[in-house]
Write a protein that binds this ligand. Structure first.
Ligand SMILES: NC(=O)c1ccc[n+]([C@@H]2O[C@H](COP(=O)([O-])OP(=O)(O)OC[C@H]3O[C@@H](n4cnc5c(N)ncnc54)[C@H](OP(=O)(O)O)[C@@H]3O)[C@@H](O)[C@H]2O)c1
Length: 381
């Protein structure tokens, strides 16, 4: 009897379709049109790009923060929560705090989450994990380090381990002294040695705030106390992270740095489909590992402090970081002033328990206003 090939179509709502992760998700869908379909596309300001993507992928629904005129057959929704109606998976790839509202809305709709937006867990980890548990919703990591851990734990977020070790490229300033760091430019900061990403996360990779965010993300995803999450510098970005087990064994996941791999895997696991070239170890030759340079990069320490404090403090950390990086990219502050801005905000806010999205949104708004006043003077809001 001839075998029957069953192709299962995965319907995806992609939030942040015009960004770095969004565009790479579009590559994955383009490559496998029989496996993946976008049912909804959403973005912030780039309406023209959204319209082009709507023409190409013909989703049912689209959303843009800016006014836009969708092509025939695509319905523009006004309410974000409507975006998840026809999907199997919500791929949350919007940048920043804005991602949290989408993540919570997708969980409320009972949809599986492929999570690229790390700020959802940094700012709202407690709420997100609680809501996902209540709704029986699965959260699958897209961030490469967390995807590596997910793979090493046999695709289980609740598996036993002794320690998680996140690898860090170290960013473009790994070998700079503290004095040199005071004079680096926006152009230098945007020149990441191994990954091509959006501007915010690229600057966060240069300050190592991003690695602090990833520690918080790992804490929530894998239920790990902070003491069980380590970091190591690995400049080649080939080993994407490691898991240590009680018998002393360690498992790692390796691959060329290419976000399409974890994006695709979050949509297909446990199945794997061709995606990137196989590693050629002899061509790579040597892999190096160095101690994490925490004392040179205060943003990492600030992130860990905020994680220890918990409650609303990681939301303050993130909000001040978003404002500081915007100001740095606009040429208004120095690289070192990013950490100063975050430190000032963390010192000015008292910890509260994180009870609701509205409370976090209010904290986020206040922390942004505070950081703006710190940078531009007290008249800023
Ligand atoms: N890039 C990477 O390799 C990478 C790796 C791991 C994790 N991540 C995480 O993935 C997320 C996205 O990163 P990225 O590098 O792709 O950022 P990005 O290139 O700056 O893209 C951000 C995306 O978010 C969209 N957006 C902004 N406001 C929105 C809103 N209100 N509603 C819907 N969409 C909105 C933007 O739309 P417009 O451009 O139209 O305004 C854009 O599509 C971040 O949380 C980042 O930390 C990224």
């Amino acid at each position: 009897m001839a075998g029957v090939i069953l192709k299962i179509m995965t319907n995806i709502a992609l939030i942040g379709c015009t960004g770095s992760i969004g565009r790479q998700a579009a590559d994955v869908v383009r490559r496998y049109p029989d496996r993946f379909r976008f049912t909804a596309l959403a973005c912030g300001k780039r309406a023209g790009e959204l319209i082009a993507l709507c023409r190409e992928f013909r989703p049912l629904l689209a959303y843009c923060e800016a006014p836009f005129d969708p092509p025939a057959g695509v319905k523009a929704v006004k309410d974000k929560t409507e975006l998840f109606a026809g999907c199997d998976v919500a791929l949350i790839a919007a940048g920043g705090f804005t991602g949290l509202a989408y993540t919570l809305a997708a969980i409320e709709a009972g949809k599986k989450i492929a999570l690229a937006n790390k700020e959802s867990l940094v700012c709202g980890g407690e709420l997100v994990m609680r809501a996902a548990k209540e709704k029986g919703v699965e959260i699958v990591p897209v961030d490469s380090e967390h995807s590596a851990i997910f793979q090493c734990l046999s695709y289980r977020c609740d598996a036993a381990f002794e320690k998680l070790v996140l690898t860090a490229s170290g960013g473009p300033f790994l070998h700079k002294s503290k004095e040199e760091l005071a004079h680096v430019t926006v152009r230098d900061a945007l020149h990441h040695p191994t990954w091509k990403m959006g501007p915010k996360i690229t600057v966060d990779s240069a300050t190592l705030l991003n690695k602090g965010f990833e520690v918080i993300e790992a804490k929530w995803l894998y239920g790990a106390p902070l003491e069980k999450i380590g970091t190591v510098v690995h400049p080649e970005s080939i080993v994407h992270s490691l898991v240590y087990f009680s018998d002393g064994a360690a498992l790692a996941q390796l691959g060329y740095p290419d976000m399409r791999v974890p994006i695709q895997l979050a949509l297909t696991y446990p199945e794997r489909l061709p995606c990137a070239p196989m590693l050629d170890l002899t061509q790579i030759g040597t892999l190096s590992f160095l101690p994490f340079p925490e004392d040179k990069f205060p943003c990492f320490t600030l992130a860990i402090d905020a994680a220890r404090a918990g409650g609303t403090m990681p939301a303050v950390l993130n909000a001040a970081g978003e404002i500081a990086v915007q100001a740095f990219l606009a040429g208004c502050i120095t690289f070192s002033a990013i950490a100063d801005t975050i430190q000032d905000a963390l010192g000015a806010f008292a910890r509260e328990n994180a009870e609701s999205y509205d409370q976090l949104a209010e904290t986020d708004a206040r922390a942004r206003a505070h950081a703006k006043a710190f940078i531009y003077g007290s008249s800023a809001s």
